[in-house]
Write a protein that binds this ligand. Structure first.
Ligand code: AMP
Ligand code: MG
Length: 351
């Protein structure tokens, strides 16, 4: 298949033309990779069973991992799911934006989209290109991240091209994503909620609206998801991984420098805040931004993993971020990218 590559230029008539063409592809059952504020999504109609089947095939995604359905405004959730007052309370504060809510599905959503389940994940993205495409196509869009299953999620159109060129109809390039990690996925529990996948909407932010936002055990302890059927199947063990071996270090930065020095002769990179780059002379630095700026680190994370592979590194070292607050989502992704092994003063342990 020839994949068309189109660029958003900020010229309104050109861009509207690009999106009209993309909408036509969606309506006839094809696939278009589009930017959202989180990561690039691989979009197909959420109403056409064949579109979902094509998404699974293009990504090589396991059939038991359901897709998120994107709508252009919160009220459109009615079309695909049974909503409730709690949904609208959250929508008022967080939509459009990086929050996905699990709801009971309506019959118009094919089983292929929900992997056979009776719930559907609904999100209203804030990215203007994504929203306009949903409007123009007239279809809600099923859109997982636009990467090959298992590899780092794409935060630029070039990343999508690396993974899916020749597999999908079209890629729309509108520059890099502003958040860089996928949406927060929640389940509603009466007045409260449970976070199944952490994202830019943090537990503390949710608790401005609901009495309690619990964090599912599998978010920080993936081993829990091994063996038992995980509630959010996408949260299984190894995921988001580069080809290089990612070694997460739970120790101070100077200790990290010692671990790294033991790798003489290897092609090693260090994912480290800008301030500490000087501790690793002669090594490939994958800079994460100012120390403690978790939003910037999150924005760069997937891109840095791909840069490491492009540079031909065979090992990457990184410091383990705290499993809380603004770094909870990053922690969740980085432990999976590292296959859940952590290097401590006493050797490797698995979490
Ligand atoms: P991605 O499409 O790559 O952003 O991943 C979507 C995430 O949402 C995965 O972790 C899925 O397992 C999760 N998800 C999608 N639909 C549901 C659902 N109905 N119930 C629970 N989790 C879901
Ligand atoms: Mg994904």
């Amino acid at each position: 298949m020839n994949t068309e590559f189109l660029t958003i230029t900020q010229d309104p008539s050109h861009d509207e033309d690009v999106l009209s063409r993309a909408a036509e592809v969606i309506r006839r059952g094809g696939l278009v990779a589009i930017p959202t504020e989180t990561v690039y999504g691989l979009a197909g109609s959420a109403l056409l069973p064949d579109s979902a089947a094509k998404i699974y095939a293009a990504k090589g995604r396991p059939a038991d991992n359901p897709l998120i359905v994107h709508v252009s405004k919160p009220e459109e959730a009615e079309r695909v799911a049974y909503t409730n007052p709690q949904f609208y309370k959250l929508a008022e504060r967080f939509m459009p934006g990086p929050l996905t809510v699990i709801l009971k599905k309506r019959d118009c959503i094919p089983d292929t989209v929900t992997a056979g389940g009776d719930t559907v994940a609904v999100r209203c993205p804030s990215h203007p290109i994504a929203r306009r495409l949903i409007e123009l196509s007239g279809h809600p869009l099923a859109a997982p991240s636009a990467n090959r299953s298992g590899s780092p999620s794409p935060t630029t159109a070039a990343h999508v091209r690396e993974d899916l060129d020749g597999e999908i109809d079209m890629i729309v390039d509108a520059g890099p994503c502003s958040i860089g990690l996928e949406s927060t996925v929640i389940r509603l529990d009466g007045e409260s909620c449970t976070i199944l996948r952490p994202g830019a909407v943090t537990p503390a932010m949710l608790e401005e609206v609901v009495p309690h936002a619990a964090v599912s055990g599998a978010v920080v302890k993936p081993a829990l998801a091994n063996g038992v059927k995980p509630e959010s199947p996408g949260m299984k063990y190894r995921h988001y991984a580069p080809r290089a071996e990612l070694i997460l270090v739970d120790a101070p930065t100077d200790r990290l420098a010692e671990f790294v020095r033991e790798n003489e002769g290897e092609r090693v990179g260090v994912m480290i805040p800008d301030e500490y780059a000087g501790l690793f002379p002669g090594l490939t630095i994958l800079p994460t931004g100012p120390a403690g700026d978790w939003k910037e680190y999150s924005r760069r994370f997937f891109s840095l993993l791909r840069e490491a592979d492009d540079a031909g590194l065979n090992r990457i070292y990184a410091v383990l971020p705290p499993p809380e607050g603004d770094s909870l989502a990053l922690y969740n992704r980085i432990i999976r990218a590292a296959g859940c092994r952590i290097l401590t003063e006493n050797g490797f342990k698995t979490i």
